[in-house]
Write a protein that binds this ligand. Structure first.
Ligand code: ZN
Length: 81
Protein backbone atom coordinates (compact mmCIF):
# COMPACT_ATOMS: atom_id res chain seq x y z
CA UNK A 1 0.00 0.00 0.00
CA UNK A 2 1.42 3.35 -1.04
CA UNK A 3 1.21 5.81 1.80
CA UNK A 4 3.29 8.58 0.30
CA UNK A 5 1.34 11.80 0.10
CA UNK A 6 -1.43 10.34 2.21
CA UNK A 7 -2.61 12.66 4.93
CA UNK A 8 -3.30 11.03 8.25
CA UNK A 9 -5.18 12.75 10.99
CA UNK A 10 -6.35 11.78 14.42
CA UNK A 11 -10.07 11.56 14.92
CA UNK A 12 -11.30 14.22 17.34
CA UNK A 13 -13.77 11.77 18.81
CA UNK A 14 -12.01 8.38 19.16
CA UNK A 15 -8.43 9.60 18.52
CA UNK A 16 -7.85 6.88 15.94
CA UNK A 17 -5.58 7.74 13.01
CA UNK A 18 -7.36 7.74 9.69
CA UNK A 19 -6.59 8.74 6.12
CA UNK A 20 -7.93 12.24 5.73
CA UNK A 21 -10.02 12.95 2.68
CA UNK A 22 -8.89 16.33 1.32
CA UNK A 23 -12.35 16.87 -0.14
CA UNK A 24 -14.08 16.62 3.21
CA UNK A 25 -13.17 19.01 5.97
CA UNK A 26 -14.06 16.46 8.59
CA UNK A 27 -12.25 16.18 11.90
CA UNK A 28 -13.55 12.66 12.43
CA UNK A 29 -12.76 9.18 11.16
CA UNK A 30 -15.40 7.67 8.84
CA UNK A 31 -17.02 5.75 11.71
CA UNK A 32 -17.38 8.80 13.94
CA UNK A 33 -18.35 10.95 10.99
CA UNK A 34 -21.47 8.80 10.52
CA UNK A 35 -22.39 9.25 14.17
CA UNK A 36 -21.58 12.94 14.01
CA UNK A 37 -23.76 13.46 10.94
CA UNK A 38 -26.74 11.69 12.46
CA UNK A 39 -26.42 13.69 15.68
CA UNK A 40 -26.05 16.87 13.69
CA UNK A 41 -29.31 16.07 11.89
CA UNK A 42 -31.06 15.46 15.23
CA UNK A 43 -29.87 18.81 16.58
CA UNK A 44 -30.81 20.60 13.38
CA UNK A 45 -34.31 19.13 13.46
CA UNK A 46 -34.71 20.09 17.11
CA UNK A 47 -33.61 23.66 16.37
CA UNK A 48 -35.99 23.83 13.46
CA UNK A 49 -38.87 23.39 15.91
CA UNK A 50 -37.27 25.22 18.83
CA UNK A 51 -35.45 28.24 17.50
CA UNK A 52 -33.40 30.19 20.02
CA UNK A 53 -32.69 27.17 22.24
CA UNK A 54 -29.42 27.26 24.13
CA UNK A 55 -26.83 24.50 23.72
CA UNK A 56 -27.74 23.20 27.19
CA UNK A 57 -31.46 23.06 26.32
CA UNK A 58 -30.67 21.21 23.09
CA UNK A 59 -28.45 18.76 24.98
CA UNK A 60 -31.17 18.05 27.55
CA UNK A 61 -33.83 17.57 24.88
CA UNK A 62 -31.81 15.43 22.47
CA UNK A 63 -29.45 13.56 24.82
CA UNK A 64 -26.48 14.70 22.75
CA UNK A 65 -23.47 15.91 24.76
CA UNK A 66 -23.35 19.68 25.06
CA UNK A 67 -19.68 19.68 23.96
CA UNK A 68 -20.72 18.17 20.65
CA UNK A 69 -23.45 20.77 20.19
CA UNK A 70 -20.93 23.53 20.94
CA UNK A 71 -18.69 21.86 18.37
CA UNK A 72 -21.45 22.10 15.75
CA UNK A 73 -21.87 25.77 16.58
CA UNK A 74 -18.09 26.35 16.50
CA UNK A 75 -18.05 24.75 13.05
CA UNK A 76 -20.72 27.28 12.09
CA UNK A 77 -22.98 24.56 10.80
CA UNK A 78 -25.72 26.57 12.42
CA UNK A 79 -26.28 29.20 15.03
CA UNK A 80 -28.76 29.15 17.88
CA UNK A 81 -30.00 32.69 17.17
ZN1 ZN B 1 -13.34 8.29 15.24
Amino acid sequence: MELKGQNFENCRSCNKAYAANPFLRSKYCPTCEDTYESKYKTVREYLYDHRGSSAVQIAEATGIPVELILDFIADERFTTD
